[in-house]
Design a binder for this molecule. Structure first.
Ligand SMILES: Cc1cc2nc3c(=O)[nH]c(=O)nc-3n(C[C@H](O)[C@H](O)[C@H](O)COP(=O)(O)O)c2cc1C
Length: 166
């Protein structure tokens, strides 16, 4: 059976909460949920499947702890792993940079691993996002600020999708 690790960065707690919900639905135990504020590249090694979660800050910036962690990613061997991305953003106030940080992680790892869990943009309302490639989000986009009522269904759909390939 594949071993899954969740690595998240969260400044206000939303992405952490989503990470916990994903973990509980996937049966990932708490010791396999990691805050990127306190991890090293080596901590990725034991896992076959990595779920990377970030919120977006500034105008399309990575969450602070991810700003540091993304610099250690080049030292990690991701070649035999599968990676799925999730992100929290605000599609109303930050409609031009919605969940951009998820797209930044995507750009940092693409070509070095197998990225799974792309999702449809239908049902979202925003102008532009770096996390959209070929009309799909590169992962799970969550908007706890405006659409928290949709989060659980979005998580469930995404989990069904990634479960079939991990
Ligand atoms: C100052 C500030 C800047 C933000 N910038 C963006 C942004 O550029 N794009 C976006 O989608 N969300 C943006 N957000 C919204 C956060 O990403 C959103 O509230 C998220 O749920 C926070 O997650 P966290 O609590 O895990 O850090 C911003 C929020 C604040 C307060």
């Amino acid at each position: 059976m594949s071993k899954t690790g969740i690595f998240y960065g969260s400044s206000g707690g939303n992405t952490q909460e989503i990470a916990k919900q994903i973990a509980s639905k996937l049966g990932v135990t708490s010791e396999n949920i990691h805050d990127v504020a306190s991890v090293k590249a080596n901590d990725l090694a034991p896992y076959d499947v990595l779920l990377f979660g970030t919120s977006t800050w500034g105008l399309g910036d990575l969450q602070d702890d991810w700003e540091d962690f993304i610099r250690v990613l080049p030292a990690a061997d991701l070649s035999d792993k599968k990676v799925a991305l999730f992100g929290c953003g605000d599609s109303s106030t930050y409609s031009d940079t919605f969940c951009d940080a998820m797209g930044k992680i995507y750009q940092a790892i693409k070509g070095r691993t197998t990225i799974i869990g792309f999702t449809d943009t239908s049902g979202y309302s925003f102008d532009t996002s770096e996390s959209v490639i070929d009309n799909q989000f590169v992962g799970l986009a969550i908007d706890e600020d405006n659409e928290s009522n949709l989060s659980e269904a979005r998580i469930n759909n995404w989990i069904e999708k990634i479960k079939s390939v991990i």
